[in-house]
Structure formats: C-alpha cells, structure tokens
Design a protein around this ligand. Sequence first.
Ligand code: SF4
Length: 67
Amino acid sequence: MSALRVSIDSDVCIGSGQCALTAPSVFDQDDDGFGVVRSGREDGAGDPLLKEAARACPVQAITVEEA
Ligand code: SF4
C-alpha cells in the first residue's frame, strides 16, 4: 500500500468542521474553527474514515493524494 498525503486548502475551507467530526484522528479544528490536519497524521494514519471525511467536506477543500 502506498503512502498518502492529506492536505487542506485553507483558502477554500469554510470551517464547517465536518472533517474533524468524521475522522477526528486525522483532522482537528483550529481556534477559529477551520480544519487542520493533525501534526504527524499527514499520511492519514491508516484511518478508514479518511476518504469519507474528504468526501464530506462541503467545499472539497481536502486533498488526499498518493505521496
Ligand atoms: S470539512 Fe472542509 S470546510 Fe469543513 S472544516 Fe474540514 S476542510 Fe474545512
């Protein structure tokens, strides 16, 4: 299995929090409510809900790519 790289486009994120609700082991919200990838979890941490979280983002701000 190849490694993944998860990122959030902070210019696009509207701070809905869906990512952190869906896959809290990978995503968190900053003090302003915007989505962030948890430190050290940029590879998705093997979370089976990662792709669902990316799909759940209402503005497609989350990118999951092969590293
Ligand atoms: S689901 Fe999308 S818009 Fe909502 S906080 Fe996460 S990245 Fe931002």
